[in-house]
Design a protein around this ligand. Structure first.
Ligand code: ADP
Ligand code: MG
Length: 264
């Protein structure tokens, strides 16, 4: 299929409601400081295969640090993180395995500017997964078709709009066939008219069963796509709920209410 094996998650049932699979990410009692500043405070959370969690919270509350610890872009000081049974640590073998399981998409796209779109997608699969050029090209073209950019395969990133670049970044991450996708404010750097095309790709990915953790200020996306909304406050998961409950404001968490009144 054109998905090239992407979406190795829990699948979608006939009613279009995502099923939840087995625990895939287990975070237990994790803390992290930068110098004297503790930015993650004893966080525990479990994410299941096929789950879409949206993470919200004020700037500086630790959302990016939390995501970055999951693929070892930041080290945790205490606690334990397991992804698909792999302990997140500095051990080279585990780190290589982890980086193949976890794809990440950043606010600033971070494409390789000196490589064509196609080569952006084929570099890691060839070097790390050992795919032949032909296999990597086929997988890349299938993914570019999926994100609506097959006609742009031979362009360089600077020739594309921000929305197109971010869709390439998503396709590039998917080319490694990760089991988990992390998104850190993927639409925050985009002009408003380009936000939808990126959210649409993310929504399709969620429907395909991908396990996703998404930091975003797009409350419409959270409401429609998330299975769970988590509110970070000063390095803690201060509140989490289904989108219905989170946005209904029937709960009495004053900080969530204050947050919602700012972003809605
Ligand atoms: P968010 O993504 O919710 O805005 P971050 O995880 O980026 O929050 O940051 C949490 C806190 O950690 C902030 O106070 C930030 O200044 C600090 N911080 C983040 N990265 C670093 C770093 N590399 N060195 C020092 N402080 C950092
Ligand atoms: Mg951030």
């Amino acid at each position: 299929d054109a998905g090239a094996g992407v979406g190795a998650g829990a699948g979608v049932d006939v009613a279009g409601v995502r099923e939840r699979g087995a625990p895939l990410i287990e975070v237990s009692h994790v803390s992290k400081s930068f110098g004297d500043h503790q930015v993650i405070r004893d966080v525990s959370a479990t994410f299941c295969a096929g789950e879409v969690a949206v993470i919200v919270g004020a700037s500086g509350s630790g959302k990016s640090t939390f995501l970055r610890m999951l693929n070892r872009l930041e080290r945790h000081d205490a606690g334990r993180i397991l992804i698909d049974g792999i302990e997140v640590s500095d051990e080279r073998q585990k780190l290589d395995a982890l980086r193949q399981e976890v794809g990440m998409v950043f606010q600033q796209f971070n494409l390789f500017s000196h490589l064509s779109v196609l080569d952006n997608l084929t570099l890691a699969p060839r070097r790390i997964r050992g795919l032949s050029r032909q296999e990597a090209n086929e997988r890349a073209m299938a993914l570019l078709t999926r994100v609506g950019l097959e006609a742009h395969a031979h362009k360089f990133p600077h020739a594309l709009s921000g929305g197109q670049q971010q869709r390439v970044a998503i396709a590039r991450a998917l080319a490694m066939q990760p089991r988990v996708m992390l998104f850190d404010e993927p639409t925050s750097a985009l002009d408003p008219e380009m936000v939808k095309e990126v959210l649409d790709v993310m929504r399709q990915l969620a429907d395909s069963g991908m396990t996703m953790l998404v930091v975003t200020h797009e409350m419409g996306f959270a409401r429609e796509v998330a299975d769970r909304v988590m509110f970070f406050d000063e390095g803690r998961i201060a509140f989490e709920a289904s989108p219905e409950e989170f946005f209904a404001c029937r709960h009495d968490n004053a900080r969530v209410k204050a947050f919602l009144s700012r972003v809605m």
